[in-house]
Design a protein around this ligand. Structure first.
Ligand code: SF4
Ligand code: SF4
Length: 352
């Protein structure tokens, strides 16, 4: 942590330093365990957890990111991606530095690998975020770009405030959360979550630094859906890592087990980033994967990160009629009548 040369106790009163939630005391006189995410870091006095955002000061755990909003911009829901949640609308998207995983191909590595600087950070008041959303005509807020759990404590307050303004609240997350954290988010009013599934147990443990494998991610998908949160799943197909039919079938099997057939699966193209330089995912693989997903019983697979690709459109799973057409990162045409298929009248499972 950049600012910890001094006595860490001096940080306690800084505006972006705030008591963390979901904490257990552990060994000896000094240890604490953070129970906000599945990494379950045991943190000694004066040390930070894996994400670099939580610090143990005199056996209390603090987040150093409380309201350290370093990005705030209005973006279409489709870019998140959310395809079955308020199509065509926009969300005020915010982010803070840090992440609890360390994917070598991270598309936002400058932010995710950054660490909080509490001595210089400014706490952005929640009402500023809400006002910015209202001014932009957004329907709500989205914590995204890096891992939103780095803004966990702030998000709980922000979601309550957004709810009071009749706004929706969303997370785009790696899903590496504890069930308790998911429960707290749902209770605070989380409307929707997109969970990014990286791959197999091995991918989490050996490449992304996920100590608990892939299980917590799928549990988040299941728990969030059971708590009434709208859920979509994203799987980035990384060249040389997850671009085999075998590994993609394993993702579909888990999707059917934990999410079920009606939750969208975004099969997205990887592009070289974060120092990982394998070539981009071939479009042909994404198209084949889409066909595999349909064959296996997923009703709403989509191809993502390929602007204008027809497999990013919503077609009726009952009759195959085109329902929603997307272009680049937004909705181009809605051919339905209040999300009823123009061919057979089937009501698409879309939240509005
Ligand atoms: S990585 Fe997860 S468990 Fe560890 S300190 Fe950060 S939020 Fe807590
Ligand atoms: S989980 Fe997301 S933000 Fe974090 S390192 Fe991986 S790709 Fe980057």
């Amino acid at each position: 942590m950049d600012d910890s040369n001094d006595d860490p106790r001096k940080m306690i009163d800084l505006p972006t330093v705030h008591k963390a939630y979901l904490v257990e005391k552990t060994w000896g006189e000094t240890g604490v365990r953070c129970c906000a995410c599945a990494q379950a870091c045991e943190i000694a006095e004066g040390e930070t957890g894996l994400c670099g955002t939580k610090i143990n000061i005199e056996r209390e755990l603090y987040t150093m990111n409380y309201g350290d909003v370093i990005v705030a911009e209005s973006r279409p829901v489709e870019i998140k991606p959310f395809f079955h949640f308020h199509p065509g609308k926009t969300l005020m998207t915010i982010a803070a530095p840090g992440c609890n995983l360390s994917c070598p191909w991270c598309q936002n590595s400058e932010l995710s690998r950054a660490r909080p600087r509490p001595l210089v950070a400014r706490q952005v008041p929640m009402n500023e975020v809400i006002e910015a959303a209202e001014a932009a005509g957004d329907i709500g807020v989205c914590v995204s770009l890096t891992e939103p759990m780095t803004l966990f404590e702030y998000s709980l307050g922000l979601f309550r405030e957004a709810g009071a303004h009749k706004m929706v609240t969303t997370f785009v997350s790696n899903g590496y959360l504890t069930p308790e954290a998911v429960h707290m988010l749902a209770r605070a009013g989380l409307s929707a979550i997109n969970v990014d599934v990286k791959g197999s147990e091995r991918v989490y443990r050996e490449l992304c630094g996920g100590r608990a494998g892939d299980e917590p991610v799928w549990e988040t998908v299941k728990n969030a859906a059971e708590m009434g949160v709208h859920v979509e799943v994203t799987h980035l197909v990384v060249t040389g890592l997850s671009d085999t039919e075998e590994s993609f079938r394993a993702i579909c099997e888990k999707h059917l087990e934990f999410a079920g057939p009606d939750i969208p699966l975004h099969i997205t193209a990887y592009r070289p980033a974060g120092g990982y330089d394998a070539p981009p995912t071939p479009v042909e693989f994404l198209e084949r994967a889409h066909a595999v997903a349909r064959d296996m019983g997923l009703r709403f697979p989509y191809v993502g990160n390929i602007p204008g690709h027809p497999l990013a459109n919503t077609v009726c799973p009952e009759c195959g009629e085109l329902c929603l057409e997307r272009l680049d990162d937004g909705l181009a045409r809605d051919l339905t009548s209040e999300y009823r298929c123009p061919g057979c009248g089937y009501r698409l499972p879309i939240v509005t």
